[in-house]
Design a protein around this ligand. Sequence first.
Ligand code: ACO
Length: 326
Amino acid sequence: MRRSRITGTGSAVPEKILTNVDLEKIVDTTDEWITTRTGMKERHIAAEGEYTSTLATRAARQAMEMAGVAPDELDLIVLASVTPDFPFPATACIVQHNLGAVNAAAFDISAACSGFLYGLSVVDNFMKAGSVKKALVIGAEVLSRIVDWTDRNTCVLFGDGAGAVVLESAEGDRGILSTHIHSDGSYWELLNQPACGSRNPASQKIIDERLMFLRMQGNDVFKLAVRAMEDAALEALAANNLQTTDIDLFIPHQANRRIIDAIGKRLKLNEEQVCVNLERYGNTSAASIPIALDEANRAGRITDENVIVLDAFGGGLTWAAILLRW
Ligand code: ACO
């Protein structure tokens, strides 16, 4: 049986750190509120001249180095982001150029915080079909550029960063065992960036009404996220005849410590099973799962044959789970 196996991981975040205490000077908030309501303590913020493609390229190079894969060996680059360098061309094409991956097709995926798992799912299907042997899947965001720094409801939540994996088609039982992606567009208004697309093109009115910035009805999103992520994780386990006790590492999207704790409780996971790093990065949307995966991998938290569940939720609404054997 051929499976898509992760052979390398990488991640990159900007140097600049913005702490909760720094945020107290920007909006009417406190370290105490942010810590207790979200679990976040600090996030990384891109410098001038640092773009989504910059972070994505750094993360990709690390993943390729670990995998021992040269740029010209790549058949495909898929990049998930809600903050691409431009509406077009695809940021994946810019990364392809930066890497010199001359044989790779490259395109972007828009599925908000679920984007990296959507990307893995798409590439897994290319590999099952036999048309792709080696690929890069990247989640990369510079959310600080679409966050409204006058809105305390959202600006404290997000950070910048990128994570990447090399996927290779390989014989054996290890690799992605199943992917499960879902959407419900009836909730699209809960979480969006109103302007900068065809519905609200650039104008003075857009700037005056601050429609170019991300908007979120956090409370509604919270409740939907817990239920959808629990359902997706259980769906992935059932598809593989596994129980929650079989999970060696559960890597959820890092949106809020309380969301992660609620899912962990519902799935009866213990603390060692669950990967949490949002206290240092905030919510990096499509980048959050690959950054956490890379950190766990480099920290030696993952060993061969481990059962790993990746679980995401985001704007769209979209949600997804992927179960893999390392
Ligand atoms: N500092 C101080 N007070 C604040 C802040 C802040 N930074 N932000 C909000 N408040 C206030 C609100 O104004 C409100 O005050 P009020 O009662 O006087 O109106 C109060 O705190 C409570 O606000 P809630 O929105 O009810 O707070 P909640 O406990 O729901 O936490 C949060 C808000 C953190 C946004 C939470 O709802 C959440 O994490 N939601 C899910 C986010 C998510 O999962 N997003 C999906 C992925 S993101 C993507 O796809 C790009």
